[in-house]
Design a protein around this ligand. Structure first.
Ligand code: GTP
Ligand code: MG
Length: 199
């Protein structure tokens, strides 16, 4: 996919606030601070279209972005961050699960896992839940620039076996070095079925 256009559409907490379901959607999910918003900026070649922060809990709403006038990217708030207020933590589950469970135009979910961390209950639960709902899920390992190539390979194998996937199915990604960018965009193309792959 070649990015020709990318713009913020709107933020939402509940279905009545979602944009009209006129395009297929790709949602980005994962632990707080894993690098979801940074990954979207990197895919779109934009420095700060999506707000990012070194402090976890930055994205607290469901944010919709229109891409190439034929697709929405959806930046989700992260889970698993203990320091956000109880109220926000209690909202995360229903807000995100309502979205993931009810959005008819959802073409796939990109699940982000920090390459240095072990997948935990939240990742297992989310993977199983998406499988049950038959939502295709692409797994991306973020912050790969923090590790050597050899370490990246080792971590990829370990994480893949922990979540019951093949190592080759997991993409090592860095929003700093941009490794994995083309592969991720091509996989998204396959999910959306545009057949518009980068060469
Ligand atoms: P929430 O909105 O809180 O759920 O977090 P998020 O998953 O959107 O994370 P965000 O993109 O805001 O990034 C969190 C922090 O990680 C920021 O300080 C980023 O600069 C840093 N970060 C993100 N991606 C990378 C990466 O590929 N490499 C490195 N070294 N740092 C990264
Ligand atoms: Mg974010």
């Amino acid at each position: 996919m070649i990015i020709k256009q990318a713009e913020f559409v709107k933020s939402a907490t509940k279905p009545s606030q979602y944009p009209e379901p006129i395009f297929p959607e790709i949602a980005f999910a994962g632990r707080s601070n894993v690098g979801k918003s940074s990954l979207i900026n990197a895919l779109l070649n934009r420095k700060s279209l999506v707000k990012t922060s070194s402090k976890p809990g930055c994205t607290q709403l469901i944010n919709f972005f229109e891409i190439n006038q034929h697709l929405f990217f959806v930046d989700l708030p992260g889970y698993g961050y203990a320091k956000v207020s109880k109220k926000i933590r209690a909202q995360w589950g229903p807000m995100v699960k309502t979205y993931l469970g009810s959005r008819k135009t959802l073409a796939g979910v990109v699940l982000l896992i920090d390459i240095r961390r072990e997948p935990k209950k939240e990742e297992f639960d989310l993977t199983h839940w998406l499988e049950e709902k038959r939502v295709p899920c692409l797994t991306v390992l973020t912050k790969a620039d923090k590790l050597s190539k050899t370490e990246q390979g080792k971590r990829r194998k370990l994480i893949a076996s922990a979540i019951g996937r093949e190592a080759e199915d997991l993409i090592c990604f860095s929003s700093k070095s941009k490794i994995g960018r083309e592969t991720t965009l091509n996989e998204i193309d396959l999910l959306v079925g545009t057949g518009d792959q980068a060469h």
